[in-house]
Design a protein around this ligand. Structure first.
Ligand code: PTT
Ligand code: SF4
Length: 604
């Protein structure tokens, strides 16, 4: 069932999900992309015409391994294209248990409201008393009213003030929707969504389901990487990225941070006070430390990489303050890290006098708070994201983004495959689609002080590896929706996912069939970008930031003509033309005939 809520008219309706849509798009990202293609056309992302889609997948609401995620999607106010994010939250469990695959929120309310869904009962309630509160306080207040056994998704002041990289927060440390999904909620005056579900989610082959999931839960703690994972989680990546010259440092102008040791996984271990995690996960990774102000802050690699080394901040408890503020205010830590570091470099170049310098803690805290409220000229400029800010200041050469989405924590002067992954990600520069740098480094690790020749090559194998990972990460895990980390970090066999999906749906799912659906979703999302950019779409939109081509670090940089060839190779493998647009033949082959009419005149 899909729940449709129009905040302008206050109408609430329910509709069946078409079986064929689920066969072709599985769920979550696939379902959201289909709804957005069908219903969100040529609209201003911050207007009542945009729609927010909160979509679950077949793994949610059941005891599936790390299957407590949820996709939040809309047309992005940051990029103008398709945007989504993935959040671990009890709301994913409750949504399915309430009987819904997705909620589609349309229109905009005149006054602040929140949505309360309890099984079949849905109400739009006043949020006057919670508008303006932090995400943490919002969730606490809503739980006081509705009890602890609910899932809550909320926005903070950043979403309310339409900061273009505002996110949705849950459980004081889970975040989703980097491309401004929080701002879309804010534009609808929707402060929160509270869900309570008490029904059972149906499984077609219960016996097989129980057998497979029981086995996977048993396997996970026995996998060799489990113990270290439980100690450091994603923060183990920091030391590795530093060693391999991939750590964004001082607005990506350097690849190593001289104080890396003070913000790495070992420092975090020394400060750790507790752990949190997503529902149904038996390898939880939310490491919580106490920050400079004595408050809890949940740290991940991206948060620390972008708010630490990339802003030149050398102490973890200070980084933890910025991280906690981002969660409370409801802003993406990656984009925040990029806009802060951009402002810092602009300050050094004499372009923004009032911005902090690299590593200036108090001024960074102050600017972070101001951005959330768009308080003052500089904060207002940065709240629109680095692309728009750089265009205004004529500093495009130091703006780290792809298609308007700020680059996450991998510096790619010597990593063409990872640069391609950023360039071709479905939403802009996000590592979630293909973390191919681990393979690029893993196949040929760097010696200290030397650069492997392999990392610098532009072989077609790299294009096919990016697609392989996009199918698994940006495709399968985002459609199911399950956390990808059991596979990424512990090497859990992917076949389990096909088996569990088959048991849930009672249909024969193989990895090949799942990957076909993933390719379909990629072509659909790409078609969406092409349609929304009305004649302005160009292959250069799939280029990584100029800085990686222009600036040399230790005598190394990306080569543009070779990147361009790699991009052509990628397009060829995807069945897209030289502009990066799916061909008519590809669209027909992927059962996307409904796209053809709308892209008439553009397709080859
Ligand atoms: C994700 C991006 C990431 S990816 C991180 S840390 W990472 C940052 N986290 C933020 C945060 O925290 N607070 C905040 N205010 N902004 C933040 N921005 C950044 O957002 C997260 C984990 C992590 S930790 C990763 S890699 C994996 N991501 C998954 C994914 O994308 N899909 C999937 N099927 N499984 C995943 N498992 C892992 O989940 P976005 P979470 Mg996230 C606090 O949202 O928009 O996709 O960007 O979901 O519940 O916080 O778990 O080193
Ligand atoms: Fe959530 Fe971490 Fe578990 Fe993934 S591994 S489900 S991000 S707690």
């Amino acid at each position: 069932m899909i729940l449709r809520v129009n905040l302008s008219t206050r109408s609430i309706t329910k509709e069946q999900v078409d079986e064929r849509t689920l066969d072709d798009f599985i769920g979550a990202r696939g379902l959201a992309a289909k709804i957005i293609w069908d219903e969100v056309k040529d609209v201003d992302p911050l207007s009542a015409d945009n729609k927010l889609v909160v979509a679950a997948g077949p793994f949610n609401g059941l005891r599936t391994p790390s299957g407590g995620k949820l996709v939040i999607a809309a047309k992005s106010p940051l990029t103008g294209g398709y945007g989504d994010g993935n959040i671990g939250t009890m709301a994913s469990v409750h949504l399915r248990k309430a009987g819904y695959m997705a909620i589609v929120i349309e229109g905009t309310s005149e006054k602040p409201v929140y949505l309360y869904v309890e099984d079949d009962h849905v109400s739009i309630l006043s949020a006057e008393g919670i508008w303006g509160l932090s995400t943490f306080d919002t969730e606490r207040k809503l739980k006081e009213v509705h009890g602890d056994h609910v899932g809550v998704l909320s926005i903070g002041p950043a979403g309310e003030n339409l900061v273009r990289f505002a996110v949705v927060i849950s459980q004081e440390g889970r975040s989703g929707g980097r491309p401004g999904m929080g701002a879309v909620m804010g534009s609808k005056k929707l402060k929160a969504i509270v869900v309570k579900g008490t029904k059972d989610v149906q499984v077609k082959d219960k016996r097989a389901f129980e057998e497979y999931t029981r086995e996977v839960y048993k396997i996970i703690p026995k996998l060799p990487a489990y113990d270290f994972w439980m100690r450091q989680g994603t923060l183990a990546t920091l030391e590795w990225a530093n060693k391999n010259r991939a750590l964004p440092t001082r607005n990506f102008s350097q690849v190593k941070f001289e104080y890396a040791r003070s913000v790495d996984g070992y420092s975090m271990e020394a400060m750790k006070v507790t752990k949190r995690g997503c529902p149904n996960c038996n390898m939880i990774c939310g490491n919580v430390v106490l920050d400079m102000e004595g408050k809890e802050s949940e740290l991940d690699y991206e948060n620390v990489g972008m708010l630490g080394p990339n802003t030149g901040m050398p102490s973890l408890n200070r980084v933890a303050v910025l991280n906690r503020l981002a969660d409370e205010l409801g802003m993406d830590t990656i984009s925040l890290g990029v806009v802060l570091s951009f402002a810092m470099e602009a300050h050094e170049k004499g372009k923004i006098k009032e911005a902090p310098g690299f590593g200036e803690y108090e001024k960074s805290v102050e600017l972070t708070k101001k951005i959330a409220y768009r308080d003052g000229e500089l904060a207002n400029l940065l709240a629109d994201g680095v692309k728009k800010a750089a265009e205004q200041l004529g500093l495009e050469n130091i703006a780290m983004h792809v298609k308007g989405l700020e680059v996450s924590a991998y510096n790619c002067y010597i990593y063409p495959a990872m640069a391609l992954a950023y360039g071709t990600s479905a939403i802009g520069a996000h590592h979630k689609e293909a973390w191919v740098i681990a393979w690029e480094i893993g196949t040929s690790p760097l010696e200290e002080g030397a650069v492997s020749k392999y990392t610098m090559t532009y072989s077609s194998e790299k294009a096919s590896k990016v697609i392989e990972q996009q199918r698994i990460r940006g495709g399968m895990f985002e459609m199911l929706t399950a956390c990808r980390l059991p596979w990424v970090e512990l090497g859990l066999d992917l076949d389990w996912y096909a088996k569990i999906l088959s048991a849930i749906t009672g249909k024969e799912w193989t990895l090949t069939r799942i990957f076909e659906a993933a390719d379909r979703v990629y072509s659909l999302i790409r078609s969406y970008w092409v349609r929304e950019f009305k004649g302005k779409w160009d292959r250069y939109m799939d280029y990584p930031p100029e800085r990686w081509f222009e600036q040399e670090v230790d005598g190394m940089k990306l080569e543009k003509d070779k990147y361009d060839q790699l991009l052509s190779e990628y397009y060829k493998l995807r069945g897209w033309d030289e502009r990066g647009i799916p061909t008519t033949e590809t669209l027909k082959g992927q059962k996307l005939d409904f796209v053809l009419n709308e892209l008439k005149g553009v397709l080859s």
